[in-house]
Write a protein that binds this ligand. Structure first.
Ligand code: AMP
Length: 212
């Protein structure tokens, strides 16, 4: 199934996408992860994207769309994928329509207070990208990834100021996509205010329903 995971930063898209990927073997395509990987490796793309990531602004559409197009052309995307963090603007959604046909859009709905609490406590593995939270999903050993032993860090765009900007950017540029996909009859909402397990269970129910 070809899916879009929509929702504010911190709504749980990435965490749930990783759980769905494990259960169904569907690749998770996180544009944020791809950008961060490129910044870390100091590639040409990474150099272009860094200033936007640092401020919590969106990377320009033409760069992002080109990157996604290339990723979706890979063999592992033939039978389905989860787009996590893309599209984030109406022009990106329009460009995606020319690339592939999406089956459903899942909108992870979380309140602002929940989002801020999640983002400010989030820790990400520097090596494998696994996501933890100091209160909600604590690692077994503080500062160490359960999965690969890598160092857990706070993302540079998870300071209070940048979080605030990312939420504003979401409201202005990404939230209009909810109506866009609603009109197309593609949108399904999931209550994302609880914790990973119940959100995952609800997501699985939705997927089984639309998958037949
Ligand atoms: P995320 O990990 O999805 O929160 O993304 C982190 C950052 O990567 C965002 O704040 C943007 O700077 C950039 N980014 C990720 N996805 C997109 C996108 N679809 N369009 C533009 N910028 C993006």
């Amino acid at each position: 199934m070809k899916l879009i995971f929509l929702g504010a930063p911190g709504a749980g898209k990435g965490t749930i996408a990783k759980m769905v990927m494990k259960k169904y073997n569907t690749p998770q395509i996180s544009t944020g992860d791809i950008f961060r990987e490129n910044v870390k490796n100091e590639t040409e793309l990474g150099k272009k994207a860094k200033e936007y990531l640092d401020k919590g602004e969106l990377v320009p559409d033409e760069i992002t769309v080109g990157m996604v197009k290339e990723r979706l052309s890979k063999d592992d995307c033939k039978n389905g994928y989860i787009l996590d963090g893309f599209p984030r603007t109406i022009p990106q959604a329009e460009a995606l329509e020319k690339i592939d046909k999406i089956d459903k859009v899942i909108d992870f709905q979380a309140r602002d207070d929940v989002i801020i609490q999640r983002l400010s406590g989030r820790r990400t593995c520097r090596k494998c990208g696994a996501i933890f939270h100091i209160v909600n999903i604590p690692p077994k050993v503080e500062g160490v990834c359960d999965k690969c032993g890598g160092e857990l860090i706070q993302r540079s765009d998870e300071t209070e100021e940048v979080i605030k900007n990312r939420l504003e950017v979401y409201r202005k540029q990404t939230e209009p996509l909810i109506n866009y996909y609603k009109k197309e009859g593609m949108l399904v909402g999931v209550d994302a205010n609880t914790s990973p397990e119940p959100i995952f269970e609800e997501t699985v129910k939705v997927l089984e329903k639309i998958g037949g």
